[in-house]
Design a protein around this ligand. Structure first.
Ligand code: NAI
Length: 352
C-alpha cells in the first residue's frame, strides 16, 4: 500500500496532505476550504486557476495529491509528470472519470478517487429546466417582455402531460429525471444494459434502443461516457427518432456527435436540442470568453439555431451539490491520508 511522500506532521501528530487543486474558481475555493474546516481535514490546499494539462502539471511539484475537475486532462503524459513529481493521489471533484487514463494510473501506482454521488437531483432538475425552457421558451419570453414585446408568436409549446420520455441510462440521475417526469404525467420508457426495479416501481418500462429512439417525444441522456457510449447519438440514431423530437444531453458531450446534431437540426428532424455538455467544451466552458471569438465552428453553428438551448455544464451547480462534492473530496483525501485508500476509489481493476 502506497503512502504519501511529502507528509507534513501537525501539532496533534496527524499527517496532512498537500493538495494542488486545479481548475478552481472562487466557488470551488469557498466550498473546499469550508469542507476542509468543517470535516477537520486540515489539509494544505493550494488553489490554481490553471486547468491541468502537460504544461501546468509541474505546478503540482511538492504536493502529495492533486484535485481535478471534469475538463482537466489526466492522460498518460500528464499522469507521468504528476507521478514523477511525487503525486500519489488524484482526487476528482466529479462522478465521471472518463478523462482519466486508469491504465496509466495503475502502471504509475497513482490512486484515483471520485465523488460517486453528490446530488443526482441537481442534474435531474437542470435537465427538466432545459426541457421546460425549450418547450415553453421562457428564455425568449423573458427577453421579449423586458423589451416591451408582449406578442406570443413563436412561443407555442406543447403539453408534457401524456408525452413519452425516453431515458438512456437509469442510474441515479436518470431515475431522478424519471421520478420528476412522472409528476408531469409523462410515460417513461428507458434503455440501460443494467435494469433496475426502481424504474418499474415508478411505472416506467424498459425497451431496446431502437424502440426508445422510435417512440420518444423527448430523449434524455444519462449514461456515462465510455467507448460503448461514444457518439451513441449519431446520424443513424437521429434517423430513427420521431420527427420533431426533443433531445437533451446533460451527461457527457461526446455521447452525442455534434456534427450529426447540426444535420438533424437543419433537416428539421430534431425539434429541440438542450445541451449542458459539449464534446469540445474543455476550451470553452467555465470561463468568461465574452470578449473573444469562438474558434469552434461546430459550437458556433449550434448557437445559431433558435431551437437549441446550451448551458455551460452547470447541471451540478447547486449549493447542495457543491457542498457534497467538497465534503466527499476532503473525505477521500483524509481517508487516503489515514489508511492509504480513498473512500471512493476508482481503478481499472474495479471496473473489470
Ligand atoms: P450512474 O452510474 O448512477 O448511472 C449511469 C447509468 O448508465 C447506469 O445505470 C449504467 O448502467 C448506464 N449505462 C452504462 N452504459 C450504458 C449504455 N451504453 N446505454 C445506456 N445506459 C448505460 O451515474 P449518474 O450519477 O446517474 O450520472 C450519469 C452521468 O451524468 C455521469 O456519468 C456523468 O457523465 C453525467 N453527469 C453530469 C453532470 C452535469 O453537471 N451535467 C454532473 C454529474 C454527472
Amino acid at each position: 500500500m502506497l503512502m504519501p511522500v511529502n507528509k507534513v506532521l501537525t501539532n496533534d501528530w496527524r499527517f496532512i496532505l498537500r493538495v494542488a487543486v486545479f481548475s478552481t474558481h472562487n466557488y470551488d475555493r469557498n466550498f473546499l476550504s469550508r469542507a476542509n474546516t468543517v470535516l477537520n481535514g486540515g489539509h494544505d490546499l493550494q488553489f490554481f486557476e490553471a486547468k491541468l494539462n502537460e504544461h501546468s502539471a509541474a505546478l503540482a511539484t511538492g504536493h502529495d495529491a492533486i484535485c481535478a475537475f471534469v475538463n482537466d486532462q489526466l492522460g498518460r503524459e500528464v499522469l507521468e509528470i504528476l507521478a514523477a513529481n511525487g503525486i500519489r493521489l488524484i482526487a476528482l471533484r466529479s462522478a465521471g472519470f472518463n478523462h482519466v487514463d486508469l491504465e496509466a494510473a495503475r502502471d504509475l501506482e497513482l490512486a484515483v478517487a471520485r465523488v460517486p454521488a453528490y446530488s443526482p437531483e441537481a442534474i435531474a432538475e437542470h435537465t427538466v429546466a432545459l426541457i421546460l425552457s425549450l418547450n415553453r421558451k421562457t428564455h425568449k419570453a423573458y427577453a421579449r417582455v423586458r423589451e416591451g414585446n408582449f406578442a406570443l408568436e413563436g412561443l407555442l409549446g406543447f403539453d408534457l402531460y401524456g408525452r413519452t420520455i425516453g431515458i438512456i441510462g437509469t442510474g441515479k440521475i436518470g431515475l431522478s429525471v424519471a421520478r420528476i417526469m412522472c409528476g408531469f404525467g409523462c410515460r417513461i420508457i428507458a434503455f440501460d444494459p443494467q435494469r433496475t426495479v426502481e424504474l418499474k416501481e415508478l411505472g416506467g418500462s424498459y425497451c431496446d434502443m431502437q424502440a426508445l429512439l422510435a417512440s420518444s417525444d423527448i430523449i434524455s441522456l444519462h449514461c456515462p461516457l465510455t467507448p460503448a457510449t461514444h457518439h451513441l447519438i449519431d446520424a443513424e440514431a437521429i434517423d430513427q427518432m420521431k420527427p420533431g423530437v426533443m433531445l437533451i444531453n446533460t451527461s457527457r458531450g461526446a455521447v452525442v456527435d455534434a456534427t450529426a446534431l447540426i444535420a438533424g437540426l437543419k433537416a428539421g428532424k430534431l425539434g429541440h436540442v438542450g445541451l449542458d455538455v459539449y464534446e469540445e467544451e474543455g476550451d470553452l466552458f467555465f470561463e468568461n470568453l465574452s470578449d473573444k471569438m469562438i474558434q469552434d465552428d461546430v459550437f458556433a453553428r449550434l448557437l445559431t439555431f433558435p431551437n437549441v438551448l446550451i448551458t455551460a455544464h452547470q447541471g451540478f451547480f447547486t449549493r447542495e451539490a457543491m457542498s457534497a462534492i467538497a465534503e466527499t473530496t476532503i473525505d477521500n483525501i483524509s481517508s487516503y491520508e489515514r489508511t492509504g485508500s480513498a473512500s471512493y476509489p476508482v481503478s481499472i481493476e474495479r471496473l473489470a
